[in-house]
Ligand binder design. Structure first.
Ligand code: NAI
Length: 304
């Protein structure tokens, strides 16, 4: 194992089950001191059980590793980071992984199911990361891994609340990648697919077997290592397959002033939507540059 975490403190939210537990065991095996956070509730976010986090701590200790348990909700993320600081005095890696589901078709979605999903996924990731951010900025070092979902990236029936919160996490990660770059803090996001209690009822048995959470964890172990220079990446990962995603922007159509009518637009719609000669902007500067060039060509200006 070359990618060691000796001396590092790794905070993993929702580490009592599924993906988070797999991450926790792996980071501990690689020498990290792990903060195993888990509220221990049901898959829909109801209830709590303090033994869920401590069970994983015992498993890590049985393997000769070091860990502490934390049973706060990620909605109180500041307390998780405070416990890490009180116990270990540092936070090098934060993996925002805790999650629940309240699936229902949008026409039946009520505010309570919207709110709890937002609070656990997006507000929880914000609060935990906001507290860790101060620590990492002071240290001049940090690695943050967010957990989004294909449901957020592509949309999925019955998951309006979840997909909104999950894509919000990608937006948060995009800006943290920009703000953290000069401070030694790199933020990446995974969209995993894995067998867990959240997917047990929606996937066939054979598929679940192929989707062991352990097949996702190496991506976390690599991206969160000090040797990784990946920042702002979004990766789909599951079943041993991993691939980076990016935005694709059609070449588009430019209209001279006053000529963009609905009819003119309809005539040139194929230019707006064709991905022949597509661009792949990876920053706001890239897309503003494109806009500037299009406007510059229109008015005969040169854009720097
Ligand atoms: P899981 O249910 O096995 O594990 C999630 C853990 O988060 C549970 O142990 C739960 O107690 C904990 N948790 C829930 N609310 C919490 C809170 N407020 N504070 C602290 N801990 C809390 O689920 P799984 O599948 O391992 O999911 C992990 C993450 O991956 C979630 O964010 C999920 O949305 C995401 N994900 C999973 C996919 C999959 O195929 N399993 C697909 C896409 C995303």
């Amino acid at each position: 194992m070359n990618l060691r975490y000796d001396g590092r403190v790794v905070v993993i939210t929702g580490a009592g089950n599924g993906l988070g537990k797999s991450h926790a065991l792996e980071f501990a095996k690689r020498g990290a001191r792990v903060v195993v956070n888990d509220l221990g509730g049901a898959g829909d976010g109801s209830g709590e059980d303090g033994s869920v986090a401590s069970q994983v701590v015992r498993e890590i200790e049985a393997l000769g590793g070091q860990a502490i348990g934390n049973t706060d909700s990620v909605e109180d993320g500041g307390r998780i980071i405070q416990q890490a600081m009180d116990t270990y005095g540092r936070v090098d890696v934060l993996i925002n992984n805790a999650g629940i589901l309240r699936d229902t078709a949008f026409h039946k979605l009520d505010e309570a199911s919207w709110d709890i999903i937002y609070r656990v996924h997006l507000l929880g990731a914000f609060r935990t990361t906001r507290a860790a951010w101060d620590v990492m900025r002071s240290a001049g070092y940090g690695r943050i891994l967010m957990t989004t979902s294909a449901a957020g990236i592509y949309g999925n029936f019955g998951q309006a609340n979840y997909s909104s919160a999950k894509l919000g996490i990608v937006g948060l990660a995009n800006t943290l990648a920009v703000e953290g770059a000069t401070k030694g803090i790199f933020t990446n996001t995974i969209a995993p697919t894995a067998a867990s209690r959240l997917t047990a009822s929606v996937m066939p048995e054979a598929m679940l077997k192929a989707l062991n959470p352990e097949y996702v964890t190496p991506v976390a172990a690599m991206l969160c290592h000090e040797s990784s220079d990946q920042n702002g990446g979004l990766f789909e990962v599951g079943g041993g397959w991993v691939a980076k995603l990016r935005w694709e922007q059609a070449r588009g159509a430019m209209f001279s002033p006053g000529t963009m009518t609905a009819e003119a637009l309809a005539d040139r719609w194929s230019e707006v939507t064709s991905f022949d000669k597509a661009r792949h902007p990876s920053s706001i500067q890239d897309t503003l540059q494109t806009l500037g060039e299009e406007i510059g060509m229109q008015f005969g200006l040169s854009v720097q």
